[in-house]
Each structure stands twice: as C-alpha cells, then as structure tokens.
Design a protein around this ligand. Sequence first.
Ligand code: PLP
Length: 374
Amino acid sequence: MPSGSDASRWIADRMRHIEISGIRRVFELGRALKDPINLSIGQPDFDVPEAIKSAARQAIDAGFNGYTVTQGIPDLRKKLQAMVAGQYPGSDRQVLVTGGTSGGLVLAICSTVNPGDEVIVFDPYFVMYPHAVTLAGGTTVFVDTYPDFDIDLDRVRAAMTRRTKALIVNSPNNPTGRVYRRETLRDLALLCRERGVLLLSDEVYRAFTYDAPFCSPAEFNEDVLVFDGFSKTYGMTGWRLGYVHGPRRLIEEMTKLQQFTFVCAPSIVQHAAVTALDTDMSATIENYRRKRDRIVQGLKGHYDLARAQGAFYLFAAAPGGKATAFVEEAVRNNLLLIPGTAFSQRDSHFRLSYAATDETLDKGIEALSRLARR
Ligand SMILES: Cc1ncc(COP(=O)(O)O)c(C=O)c1O
C-alpha cells in the first residue's frame, strides 16, 4: 500500500477555525507530572450513586440494549416532562432527551443558526459555544463581562444587530462560578423577547447553586430553550445524557436532526436516569458548598474570589497579570490549573476547579498561596 498521501487535503475549511481545547493542552503538560495537585478537572470527584449504577446494570440484563425512540424512552420523558411542567406552569414546553447537554446544544445551534447569523456569547464562556456556532456557519459575537463577570445589558444591546439570531447564557457559570441575579436573568430574557432573539440557557450546573435559589430565564420568556443534563449532578459525565426543553416547534426540528445524526441517547443510561431523578443529591451538593467555602477561605487575601456562587469553579486574576505564564509556573510547582485563554479572548485569569478531595484542595491552597507571595 502506498503511504504518505496528504490526508489534510480532505479537511473541511470550517475545521481551520476549530482549535484543540486549551484544557487538553494543560492535560498534556500535566502528563509529565507524577502526582500533580489537579485542580483543572471539570467533572465531579464523586462516583455515580449506587442506585443509579444498579439501575444501569439491570437495564443491560433486562435487554434494553437496542435503539430507543429518538425523543427518549417514555418513562424518562414523562418524568422530565412532569418536572418541567411543574417548574413552568401553564407553558407548553416540550422535552427532548439528548446525548449530553453538549448534544442538545449542537442540535439547537445547527437547527436555528444560518450561515451569516450572529450568536452572542458572554466572555468568558464554556469552550464549546463558539465552535458549535462555527459548525453551523454562524459568527460568534463576544460580550465581555470582565472585571466582575456580571451581565451588563447595555453591552448586550450594543452587540445586537439585525443578524443576531441567538444568545447563550450559562448560570451557574463555567468558568467564573458566577450565578446571575434573578433581575439580571429577567431583564435579559425580556430584552431577547423584545428583539426577537432566541435565548439559549445552559443550566447544566443548576444543582450547584449555593447562595440563592436557582433561577432560569425561562421563567420570564416561554421561548427560552433550556439545556440540562445528568453529567454534573450525578457524577456521570461519561454516560452522556442530557435533555432540552422549550418551544414545541424548535424541539420538533431538533428531534428530526437527532434522528438522522445521533439517533438516540444511550438506552441503558436513559433507563438509569429514571432512577437518578428519584435520587437525593442534596448531601453531595452541600459537600460541594463546603468545598467552595474551604477554598475561598483558604485563598482569602491572595486572590479575589468574591463571586464563587455556583458550579465548582473559581476564576481568579493571575498574579503578574499573564495567566498562561502563571499556569506554566503552577505546573512547574506540580499544580494543574487552566489558563483563562481556554475560555476567553483575554489572558488575565485562570480557572480552578474545586471538584477534588479536601486533601487535594488543601495542597492546592498551600501551593497557590506560595505562588501568590512570590
Ligand atoms: C457550561 C457547560 N455546559 C455543558 C457542558 C457539557 O455537559 P455534558 O457532559 O452534559 O455534555 C459542560 C461540561 O463541562 C459545561 O461546563
């Protein structure tokens, strides 16, 4: 067989605008370390609760190993549908079960964004948003939220044009840990309605809201498309299950696209998720609140962390001002963090994940305090 042909000639132009995640780069750097203090990971440090694992095993043994209907198995969908109807009484929100929250986001963006459309994304942002917009042929318009990572509606208004099709909001937020105020989400939801912009609300961290009741912009605008999932709440990131709810017409289009792409979410996991919805995670969430308090308290005086209100991240200004250089220095000190450039147009902050054991957090506090004193 001849070898050495240039396979790159077959790669689509859009892939040139999709880069390897800055998070993966830190993993590469960290690979050389023997026993790093790892505060870079965006997934819970707890295992899937036993009842959910057992439900998955039973689903396999019972033979639920084939395709499911693309919308999701009736038992799960009925349960989610009832939950959503309880949260948004009087609305006609429809549910679609998806391959993770990410799967739902891709379906939604590909079903709504035309080439040339603009999608507003707050900076810093979750890594996949701009790439999903690129995939659909759209353009991402960043709205800067530095220095306090709050949403400034005047900046949003200034970013809106005739081509604005959608806006993505994420609260609790990855990477800032910020939870937006109820009034902010209400004003954003009403602004989107007034301007005819589709609001996409990524609520995958809704369970990890520590200081105030969770609030969704969908409470104020029935057209908001909501993305949620089981990854973070139940520690099952590898099981790939999420769901979307929103206007019937959009859910129909997304269902059509799922049918001809991902087909359905994993059958076994859908069966286990019925049990997950009956599993009380409040003690685990309380433990994460304690972790948040532990790390914020431990780093007080060294870093400004006043806004860590949810998810399991802190986003702090890097001592010296350059996050990439700071993170490289941290790696040399056996500590893994993510530079803000993975989530932002700026290189001023770093992300720390406190989804780690208390012992790791204490080592991290010690290392970060030392680095700040230099
Ligand atoms: C804000 C945000 N949205 C979505 C996801 C993806 O979640 P899932 O595992 O459900 O696809 C993540 C994962 O890190 C996230 O941080």
